[in-house]
Design a protein around this ligand. Structure first.
Ligand SMILES: Cc1cc2nc3c(=O)[nH]c(=O)nc-3n(C[C@H](O)[C@H](O)[C@H](O)COP(=O)(O)O)c2cc1C
Length: 231
């Protein structure tokens, strides 16, 4: 871990700038739609969403893990939890209009119930945007191959174009904090349901850029978490 504060301080100071580093016209730009998207309305039974551990036990038990059980995970439950996470982010920050909404993609690799594949999730809804055949070998999408052995991966994306138009580097900083909170929100709620998972940087951006229409500006990857049954 880097602890050279003399090198880090100017970097942190740079994040205080509220001057847009671009043309400030993000409102004129948008991400491409997913033409083949199939809307999904996850509606698991209320008892399927209940935690099996309380907050104290969740925090005591939680571990990051690179080895996972082989059982599939109910994707409907993950999508429902993730949508709740994004609704909380929208409502608590109140910044979607000004600085862009957080969104997420779920790579459901071993899925019970819903079809495996890639799901796009926002606070407004979910859709299935690609099958695993379109993804190709998942272990090639990231640096650490262990993550692709999870039942699934949820990756969080922000609109840095809008965040920058809103408040320059400070907009990036706020986007990173929102994504971190949302990723831990999902990860800890999964752990409270008896699942395991590990936060990580996410896929190599270029490896999923075309699949997710992630141009790195209006849709930029910030953080991800695996989820799975424990081994
Ligand atoms: C922002 C962030 C990014 C991370 N990226 C990775 C990663 O790419 N690979 C990895 O093995 N661990 C990564 N980690 C670390 C693990 O998620 C975990 O926090 C760490 O192994 C400590 O284990 P613990 O969570 O069980 O205490 C990351 C953690 C954070 C907060």
């Amino acid at each position: 871990m880097r602890t050279d504060m003399a090198a880090l301080t100017p970097l942190l100071d740079g994040l205080t700038s509220r001057t847009s580093s671009s043309d400030g016209r993000a409102a004129d730009r948008s991400t491409l739609p997913f033409p083949g998207a199939v809307p999904v309305d996850p509606d698991p039974a209320a008892e399927d969403l209940l935690p099996v551990h309380d907050l104290h036990d969740t925090l005591q038990r939680r571990r990051s893990s690179l080895v996972y059980g082989d059982q599939p995970v109910r994707t409907e439950v993950i999508l429902a939890k993730l949508r709740e996470v994004l609704v909380r982010d929208r409502d608590e920050w109140g910044l979607d209009e000004a600085a862009g909404a957080l969104e997420a993609f779920v790579f459901a690799l071993r899925s019970e119930g819903l079809a495996p594949g890639v799901y796009h999730v926002t606070a407004d809804g979910c859709s299935h945007v690609a099958g695993l055949d379109e993804v190709g070998p998942v272990e090639n999408l990231g640096i650490q191959r262990e993550f692709s052995t999870a039942a699934g991966i949820a990756a969080f994306y922000a609109n840095l174009d809008k965040a920058d138009s809103w408040a320059g580097s400070h907009g990036y900083r706020v986007s990173a904090v929102r994504a971190s909170m949302a990723t831990y929100d999902l990860n800890l709620r999964c752990q409270a349901m008896g699942l395991v998972g590990t936060l990580f940087g996410g896929f190599i951006p270029a490896s999923v850029r075309t699949l997710l229409n992630a141009d790195g500006v209006a849709r930029h990857p910030l953080l991800a978490t695996t989820y799975a049954h424990p081994r």
